[in-house]
Design a binder for this molecule. Structure first.
Ligand code: SF4
Length: 155
């Protein structure tokens, strides 16, 4: 980034303003006293690791946090799906994605693979994300190429 400074703005505030602050403002404005989130410990990842159990008091903002499926293992999930006839998004059943979030998030390490999937199954969405994240994709591609060249020079 020092050798090739970006010509567009980059921020780590995307999740903050698009998701976290929206949820916090809603809790505050509507005076909710319980937040329920569907995170499982066994799914791993940063989010699941951030919690120790399925409930915590949060007296700072007066809103407690409850994670009803926190202890569900993969088999529990399968049993639940079968018992209640859960129909999953086509993202999982047809497109082959393992996880989902914001479509085409340029921070995702596998965004190229995700773009291929979106291109194949959701062409209009593909056009949309390329308009929104065009600069980020291009810059990340150049960055990855730069790293590759650097590593081969070192070898
Ligand atoms: S696009 Fe990516 S960085 Fe932005 S809010 Fe979504 S997950 Fe966060």
């Amino acid at each position: 980034m020092i050798e090739n400074p970006p010509m567009f703005q980059i921020s780590n505030k995307c999740c903050d303003f698009a998701k976290k602050k929206v949820a916090h403002n809603l809790i505050h404005d509507c005076n909710y006293d319980l937040s329920i989130v569907g995170v499982r410990k066994s799914e791993g990842g940063v989010r699941a690791q951030a919690y120790k159990n399925c409930f915590d008091d949060n007296n700072d903002n007066g809103c407690d946090n409850y994670r009803p499926i926190f202890w569900y293992k993969d088999q529990d999930k399968t049993d639940y799906e079968n018992a209640y006839g859960i129909i999953h998004s086509k993202c999982y059943t047809e497109y082959g994605l393992k996880r989902t979030g914001c479509v085409g998030c340029p921070y995702g390490k596998d965004f190229e693979y995700e773009l291929e999937v979106i291109k194949q199954y959701e062409p209009k969405l593909y056009k949309a994300v390329n308009n929104i994240f065009k600069d980020s994709y291009e810059y990340t591609r150049k960055y990855r190429q730069f790293i590759k060249e650097l590593e081969s020079k070192r070898e």
